[in-house]
Design a binder for this molecule. Structure first.
Ligand code: GAR
Length: 189
């Protein structure tokens, strides 16, 4: 059974649904570590409730990004992590982690990539006036939201759609697609 780490920076709603899918057995993996770069993120409390160990470290407290990533890597290796899932981790993965875990890191992004990469993707799409946006799950490479695409699903904008209603739709879709894709990737092994 694969040993999974989730990286997150914020609320952790995706962290929670993935943890629940693991607990219920629909994803056959063990969730062994949360990596969080924001000491006040709500996801940390979710990990505590679920008794999942957390490595919490602010990158700015390290001399360089490489030193920060070496500390993350040490935590991953100590927990014997096989596979990394980014779930709202608002930071680019650098060479140190890519060298160790290349091809074994996936990310979810709230737009139909290659449209609207980077931060505030839902807001970017809404401001552009698109009629369809969506979500993308992809392998992580050294670019920003550029790695090979694994799955995408579209969301239509309704008349009178607001940024809040669109955000809700996107999150709802993420919460069903991400656990399903992780199960497809890990259960077959
Ligand atoms: C999700 O919508 C995820 O797609 C997005 O952050 C949110 C995290 O929500 N990720 C990115 O924008 C990455 N570029 P959560 O903390 O409730 O899971």
């Amino acid at each position: 059974m694969k040993r999974l780490a989730i990286f997150a920076s914020g609320t952790g709603s995706n962290f929670q649904v993935i943890a629940e899918a693991i607990r219920s057995g629909s994803i056959r993996a063990e969730l062994v570590l949360l990596v969080c770069d924001k000491p006040d993120a709500a996801v940390i409390e979710k990990a505590e409730w679920l008794h999942i160990p957390a490595f919490v470290a602010e990158p700015k407290r390290f001399e360089t990004k490489q030193v920060y990533e070496k500390a993350v890597l040490a935590a991953l290796e100590e927990a014997q992590v096989d596979f990394v899932v980014l779930a709202g981790y608002m930071r680019l993965i650098g060479p140190t982690l890519l060298q160790a875990y290349g091809g074994r890191i996936i990310n979810i992004h709230p737009s139909l990539l290659p449209s609207f990469p980077g931060l505030h993707a839902i807001e970017q799409a809404f401001a552009a006036g698109v009629k369809v946006t969506g979500i993308t799950i992809h392998f992580v490479d050294d670019g920003m939201d550029t790695g090979p695409i694994i799955a995408q699903e579209a969301v239509k904008l309704s008349r009178g759609e607001t940024i809040e209603s669109l955000t809700d739709k996107i999150h709802h879709l993420e919460h069903t697609l991400y656990p399903r894709v992780i199960a497809e990737l890990l259960n077959e092994e």
